[in-house]
Design a protein around this ligand. Sequence first.
Ligand code: ABC
Ligand code: CA
Length: 492
Amino acid sequence: MLLSLLTVSLAAGSALAASTDDWRRRSIYQLVTDRFATSNDSSPTCDTDDRVYCGGTWQGIVNKLDYIQGMGFDAIWISPIVANVEGSTGDGESYHGYWTADQNSLNSHFGTADDLVALSSALHARGMYLMVDVVVNHMGGTSVPPDYSTLAPFNSESKFHPFCWITDYSNQTNVEHCWLGDNSVPLVDVNTEDDSVVDFFNSWIAGIVSNYSVDGIRIDTVKHVRQDFWSGFAEASAVYTVGEIFDGDVNYVSPYTKVLGGVLDYPTWYQLTSAFESTSGSLSNLVSTVQQAQSSYANGEFTAGSFLENQDNPRFQSITTDQGLVKNAMSWPFIQDGIPILYYGQEQGYTGGGDPANREALWLSGYVTQEKPLLQLVTSLNAARKAAIAANSNYLSTALTFPSVEGSTLAVLKYPMLALLTNGGSSSTPSWSVSGTGYDANEALIDVLTCTTYTADGSGGVSITGSAGEPVIILPTIAFNQTYCQSLSGSS
Ligand code: ABC
Ligand code: CA
């Protein structure tokens, strides 16, 4: 009884806060604030190798929301917002926002508190959500030992774990208590066992959510903090929380799904990348990892964040530029059970390698939307997912199945969407034959990527021959807005 009263009053106090359920139908555009857009639409040079601030701001994002929403995204994830280490270090400047210096101030390179409020208001006016990246595990130092007096509000050594580098990822105590980073920028490991630290972070996150009307949070370095820290933190935030547990093993990641709203689906990411990075990748490894995650994550894969790229890994097109493989890999986040996340720049065909090369300034692309096949692909995929959600009220709780896995082809069914994938590459002519689709006999079907129409066979099965190793994303024609196809043919 007491518990339910508490739940009611929490809900009332955060009427605008978006729950995990609210996020399930969303699709997220992840951007690096410093690299997405400048306040006055200028295009300063930005050499990623320099690792310096290039000039992106919150105001800049506001000015480019048409670009993001035009692709069908209804949420954005921005870089951490708090004040960071200033000036140059052996690892460059803190343009990415992960080297916190003061938890209680904003990063003035990105704008003012008013600018951040203006961003969340502009998003909400469009029915879009704001997700903010937050770092609890560490703060940024500039020497070993660090000068603790530069850190706020924890300005004494006792609020941190004693210095040691993380050296052994198989030792969880080492992972939680020792430090990330290097001699230039040690990531000073916060003592998240200290009650006053825990209390601080719980009210800190509640404050961030309410001060800036934040709808969800991405949590950094989750596996570097004891698991039982997170449920209190997630509750205090009162919004959807998605945690970064950078690990390829479903068994390692699963327990964190019990203490957070969801996780970034790293186990699937590893298999997705290796399945499509070449024509010899294994589709069945992808299938088995997805099935394992579906059965062991607390909410299946429904509340996991699914991605192909992010700020920590080489862009997919630095591994392969075969457009057949690229389009198949890019399709995955939009056809699976969880919440799709697209890392900015992928739609423009960016090819940067590992950090820092994968953090190119988007203004250098001119935000062009015409004759950008990958931008068109993403737009179609968002449209297809929205149509599937609208057509089947159970879509978001229907677990995907794999009705066919054969050589270099794979069929993924999440009724009414049937995604036909292949890693045969752009010189292949894939074909799929799928039964048990749930479609009616002779039902009219459409490939949303090309607007080509097909007809199911007498028992609802589908036999399709594709081209150039590209994916085919099928919906019943009746479920897909035909004006979308008209605008597609009109713009080409
Ligand atoms: C800077 C430079 C880099 C330089 C580095 C030393 O310093 O830019 O060029 O190499 C931020 C910045 C970075 C910066 C770092 C360190 O801080 O963005 O540019 O790098 O100063 C999060 C964020 C990330 C952020 C931080 C720190 C954490 O997403 O952007 O980085 O706030 C670990 C952490 C993970 C962290 C990641 C960068 O490092 O766990 O939270 N990401 C293994 C480990 C992982 C480890 C990963 C990468 O390698 O398990 O824990 O992530 O180092 C598979 C296994 C995996 C294994 C891989 C390699 O192999 O299954 O477990 O992953 O088979
Ligand atoms: Ca830690």
